[in-house]
Design a protein around this ligand. Structure first.
Ligand code: PLP
Ligand code: COI
Length: 356
């Protein structure tokens, strides 16, 4: 089968929808799965017939390489519904491109754009009733690819599975977010896989993050792996800092995920007339600004987290609180971005995609 053509998708509908069991007014993040999933297997050097099937367990060989060598990559996206019932996506081609950037780094075959986009749209149409319309909720979409080929040889698999699963979800964080600036452990290193959304990047963060959680923080802010002097990003978010009225975020690199929320916010902020600097930020600059009162805001930005204001940060046994502002940039930028995502405002950037 040629992979650059629009695929025909084989659809098997569920016989028993689970939607009645869901309390859409009380949605956790990523716990509830919708009725269907999109699945496509790679074997004999090609992506096979794509399918949509009822959401179900998988059966895998215990020697499948995903279990032993962590050959897997994923994406995070959201679908929204406006008050006319339109299904909306936000910059979906960016996710499609990024999963292939990640796949390449993990020696996973690229997944064709037409399969990704057509599969996603067909799945959303089928599970359209699963897209929440309650305030602050959306359908979280998780495309992922992993190695299903079997055998203990430490080499790339010859078989893979691509899946898109969907989860009606509420906020990623409940309550205030306090972060700990990490100076011992590293999330990524030059020449490594930090820029990829590889499953192992997250597994490697769990232990240091748990240590931070035990101390009362929700997330770690990673610093560069060589000097630990520069702040980079958080576990699932890029980081923005406001000093006086300038918004600053670290440049992306081979260690940092090129976040779609981050690059959208840079454009929105510029459009709002806010001074934006994409440059390295030292921990020293941050603690100094916190001490002299010029540090006004910090927030994390990501698909799952949207814009999550940071209430304070810890560094070397000292806690720094951020002021509570009346009209923070975070709230202004979040409104601009979510108004575009939920089709409540004009989209001058052309980022919104209607699924039809
Ligand atoms: N950084 C990391 C490590 C992430 O996992 C995420 C989430 O996807 C982000 C940043 C934000 O990226 P995006 O805005 O594309 O969701
Ligand atoms: C996302 O924001 O979509 C992510 O992938 C973060 C995830 C680790 C929850």
């Amino acid at each position: 089968m040629k992979t650059d053509v629009i695929p025909t998708i084989k659809i098997e509908k569920t016989k028993q929808s689970k939607i009645k069991e869901v309390d859409f007014n009380n949605l956790p993040f990523g716990q509830i799965l919708s009725d269907h999933m999109f699945v496509c297997d790679y074997k004999n050097g090609v992506w096979q017939q794509p399918q949509i099937v009822p959401y179900q367990n998988l059966s895998l060989d215990p020697s499948a390489k995903i279990f032993h060598y962590g050959q897997s990559v994923f994406e995070g996206m959201k679908a929204y519904k406006d008050d006319k019932g339109n299904i909306l996506l936000f910059r979906p081609l960016e996710n499609q491109k990024r999963i292939n950037i990640s796949a390449k780094r993990l020696a996973i075959p690229e997944f064709p754009e037409s399969y990704f986009m057509e599969g996603l749209k067909a799945l959303l149409k089928l599970d359209s009733d699963w897209i929440p319309t309650t305030d602050g909720s959306s359908l979280y979409i998780r495309p992922f690819i992993f190695a299903t080929g079997h055998g203990f040889h430490a080499s790339p698999s010859d078989e893979y599975k691509f899946i898109i699963a969907c989860s009606p979800s509420g906020a990623y964080f409940g309550g205030k977010v306090k972060v700990l600036i990490e100076q011992k452990y590293s999330r990524s290193a030059n020449g490594g896989v930090g820029y990829a959304k590889a499953g192992g990047n997250y597994a490697g963060q769990f232990y240091p993050t748990q240590l931070a959680v035990d101390k009362g923080y929700q997330q770690v802010i990673w610093t560069d792996d060589t000097s630990h002097q520069y702040i980079e990003e958080a576990g699932a978010m890029n980081i923005f800092v406001r000093i006086n009225d300038t918004l600053i975020t670290a440049p992306t690199s081979e260690r940092i995920l090129d976040g779609i929320t981050r690059k959208s916010l840079i454009e929105i902020a510029k459009d709002e007339g806010i001074d934006v600097e994409v440059r390295k930020i030292t921990v020293h600059e941050l603690t100094e600004a916190a001490e002299n009162g010029t540090l006004k805001e910090m927030f994390g930005a990501g698909t799952a987290a949207v814009i999550s204001p940071i209430a304070g940060f810890g560094f070397q046994d000292k806690d720094f609180d951020l002021p509570i502002l009346e009209n923070p940039f975070a709230a202004r930028l979040k409104k601009r971005m979510t108004d575009i995502q939920y089709n409540r405002a004009e989209d001058k950037f052309g980022w919104r995609v209607v699924v039809n």
